[in-house]
Design a protein around this ligand. Structure first.
Ligand code: BGC
Length: 774
């Protein structure tokens, strides 16, 4: 846990340079725009501890997995988003001595991530060994207006000398991934060019053959006016640079502007890449840095107007939630259905930038509530496009044709997990994909999604579950053997309650979807069922038989669902009784000891009670929460938000608040000592869920938005917008009650504390509190 980020409502601020914190700050101060992103590495050379990171969305490499004993069904590779060409580099040298913060005296160091306007600013004063002192102010951003572009302004002021500064802006493609399984390099050079103020480098990924052309244009403004400098070009293997000398005067500022672009063969034919890159650079450099930044700020203000959560009375909580929303919005813009959200976004290499069930279970609610429906729809279409691979994936594991098993980790639809032994039986991921379709439709009302895409996916998933269960003649019920639930601290268990519950729900939902499509688009239904050889009468009968006869573990005395068979044979110890030195278990205990213990990594039974909250009454929820929560170590960042939501529902307000705190500043305060690897992007959506679905108690019940809010003790108020079926509702919760307004053209009816209110456009409504469970 660290405490060095200065509290501020709109900015993330670090003051003073501590090299030990550098890799953490590189993660926290990361930038992105959905198309590309980067860690907050320095522009100038830095020989200290650093994790270089520049990423282009969707450009990955299938790194061969490392496995001791290869078994059938193992994924051949672990896909990873590659560390791509470094386009930010600007080396600075004075009299041959390089500016390198690891080697000079640094003062007045400050980093500010301006979340309102969407840019990073870093300033410092450095004294070189020669005694020469200079101050630098560097600003940069990845444009959310021109998504293939980024820009830097790097302003240098000599503080105690006149003379020449040698400046080398460069593009360096000789980069590697720190997490490469076999220390391989992943890029080959295709081409490079340098002429005048522009230079370009095209690289191709090995095996996958993606090509990316990275370009730079450099301008120099000396003492307020653009200066023509004599540029030399340096071309080396996978490297292009300009070198020039600028004559500087004490206290006069020279600014180097660097306009950059990354264009990839995902969007252009390889032969067009250089031209496309030149065009982007020409467009943005014609705008100029200040105009680009003004456009960036305006675009961010627009995003904030829709997605902000405003908290009054707690600056750290405000900073925390905005940081989460900012990072999520930087990671995924929803414009391209080929892209998805890696658990670390563009902030690090861990988890390979690949797609996990995190997207459907955690990110989808955030984008549904805060962005246009197309954003979530693209996330769903991503999986729709990968249905063929999901079917192949199931076939590889021995299932009959037509069953779809979505991968635990993927880039292109193929399974590519590096830790297959633990996760291959986490088939619950298949259910999350179906659940996201359901969630999308209940929020947006866009049931036609089922006709065009949804039904086919749902049938594939239902067919998988049908084959995955078996009839137990001993129980005279269906069972599901050899699974791993979300709680990865149990492997290969029988009858995981969450997975079985989700499986039968998927089959029932697929049947509902069929009825819908049959009724609304009979021709589509006929052509689809023919194409996939769907034998309606037989298959539905089998699904229904499973739904009616599935076995779910339960302990009637305790009144709880059993996470898996024989869970109660374990020695039940509460987390609070564990010595602090034993935590986190995944670092302190052997895997064997973890698997035998009762400790739960992340919400499992409770994840199911969250998904299907309308099925369980308060007493059932309370009994399960009271049993499982004390056993949960929350060693996945995806866990506390689910507990925050359920605790809110149960009126356990302080517990809910404590869970919220765990996620909202998880990275800012380096809670788990792992922020240097990157930020926990997918769990950031959980922070949003904790406020909206937890504190405000928002749910969709019977096609209506419902709220049941409370105000955390430490806050004066909180407010947010929520999109629902074309209407934008603002909700503010303060000591006086719950204030709702409708800023759209159409009216909407919402439920607050179980009473219905008609929100007409432009009309404000205030609802007084009702005691919970009263
Ligand atoms: C969690 C998984 C999650 C993955 C990526 C793991 O630690 O147990 O549920 O999908 O991280 O966030």
């Amino acid at each position: 846990m660290k405490n060095y980020i200065i509290a501020d409502e709109w900015n993330i601020i670090e003051e003073g340079f501590d090299p030990h914190l550098n890799k953490i700050s590189e993660s926290i101060f990361s930038l992105g725009n959905g198309h590309m992103g980067q860690r907050a590495n320095f522009e100038e050379a830095y020989s200290g501890d650093t994790l270089p990171g520049n990423y282009v969305a969707g450009v990955y490499y299938p790194d061969k997995t490392r496995v001791g004993w290869w078994k059938n069904g193992y994924p051949e590779y672990f896909a990873k988003v590659l560390n791509a060409a470094n386009w930010i580099g600007i080396d600075i040298a004075i009299d041959g001595e390089q500016l390198d913060l690891a080697k000079c005296k640094v003062s007045s160091f400050k980093r500010v991530l301006n979340m309102r306007d969407g840019y990073l600013e870093r300033s410092f004063t450095a004294e070189l060994k020669s005694g020469k002192k200079l101050s630098v102010i560097a600003k940069r951003f990845c444009s959310i207006v021109d998504e293939e572009a980024g820009a830097i302004s790097y302003a240098i002021t000599p503080l105690n000398f006149d003379g020449d500064i040698t400046v080398t802006p460069f593009i360096d493609g000789d980069v590697s991934n720190a997490d490469s399984n076999y220390d391989e390099k992943f890029w080959d050079e295709v081409d490079k060019k340098a002429a005048g103020q522009g230079c370009y480098l095209t690289l191709r990924t090995r095996k996958t053959g993606f090509e990316v052309c990275t370009g730079n244009r450099v301008e120099v403004v000396n003492d307020g006016s653009e200066t023509n400098v004599e540029v030399r070009h340096v071309l080396k293997d996978k490297y292009v640079a300009f070198v020039f000398d600028v004559a500087v005067k004490q206290n006069q500022t020279t600014t180097i502007y660097k306009y950059a672009a990354n264009v990839s063969s995902q969007n252009y034919e390889p032969v067009q890449l250089l031209d496309a890159c030149k065009k982007v650079i020409a467009k943005v450099s014609a705008k100029g840095f200040d105009t680009m930044l003004a456009e960036q700020a305006a675009a961010w203000h627009h995003k904030w107007a829709e997605s902000d959560i405003v908290i009054a009375g707690d600056v750290k909580a405000q900073q925390g939630i905005r940081f989460n929303i900012f990072q999520l919005s930087q990671t995924y813009s929803g414009k391209d259905a080929r892209l998805n959200i890696g658990p670390k976004g563009f902030t690090g290499e861990k988890y390979g930038g690949s797609t996990y069930w995190d997207t459907e279970a955690y990110c989808v609610p955030f984008y549904l509530g805060t962005a246009a429906p197309e954003v979530t729809k693209n996330l769903l279409i991503y999986r729709y496009k990968q249905l063929g691979k999901a079917i192949e994936n199931a076939e590889k594991l021995g299932f009959n044709k037509g069953a779809a098993l979505y991968p635990m980790v993927t880039m292109n639809g193929e399974e590519c997990h590096n830790e297959w032994e633990i996760t291959f039986e986490e088939i619950h991921r298949n259910g999350a994909i179906a659940y996201a379709i359901f969630n999308y439709i209940r929020y947006t009302g866009d049931s036609s999604y089922l006709n065009d895409y949804g039904l086919e996916v749902l049938i594939g998933i239902a067919r998988f579950w049908k084959q995955r269960v078996n009839w137990s003649s001993q129980k005279s019920q269906y069972v599901m053997l050899g699974v791993t639930g979300p709680n990865e601290y149990e492997n290969n268990v029988n009858n995981n309650w969450y997975t079985s519950t989700l499986a039968t729900w998927c089959m029932a939902y697929a049947m509902k979807a069929m009825d819908y499509v049959k009724k609304h688009d009979a021709a589509k239904y006929a052509s689809l069922t023919k194409a996939i050889n769907f034998n309606e009468a037989d298959e539905i009968k089998q699904w229904q038989h499973i739904i009616d006869n599935m076995y779910y573990g339960e302990d009637k005395d305790l009144g709880i669902f059993l996470q898996q068979d024989n869970f109660l044979d374990k020695e039940i110890i509460h987390v609070k009784d564990l010595p602090a030195a034993d935590r986190p278990l995944n670092q302190k205990w052997s895997w064997d000891r973890i698997l035998r213990s009762c400790f739960i990594k992340q919400a499992d039974v409770l994840q199911g009670m969250y998904f299907f909250s309308d099925r369980y009454n308060m007493d059932t929820l309370r009994r399960n929460y009271e049993f499982y929560e004390p056993l949960t170590v929350h060693e996945s960042s995806l866990s506390p938000c689910i507990h925050a939501i359920l605790a809110s529902k149960l009126g356990l307000e302080q517990d809910a608040y404590n869970f919220y705190l765990r996620t909202s500043r998880l990275d800012l305060d380096d809670y788990n000592n792992d922020t240097e690897d990157g930020c926990h992007i997918t769990s950031m959506a959980g922070t949003w869920m904790s406020v909206v679905e937890g504190f405000a108690g928002m749910q969709v019940v019977n096609e209506q938005l419902t709220f049941s809010p409370f105000l955390p003790e430490h806050w004066q108020s909180y407010s947010f917008n929520i999109r629902f079926r074309g209407v934008l509702v603002n909700i503010k919760v303060d000591r006086g009650g719950v204030h709702l307004s409708n800023t759209s053209a159409a009216a909407i009816s919402v439920n607050v504390f179980d009473d219905a209110y008609q929100l007409n456009p432009g009309k404000d409504t205030t609802v007084k509190y009702k005691p919970k469970n009263g």
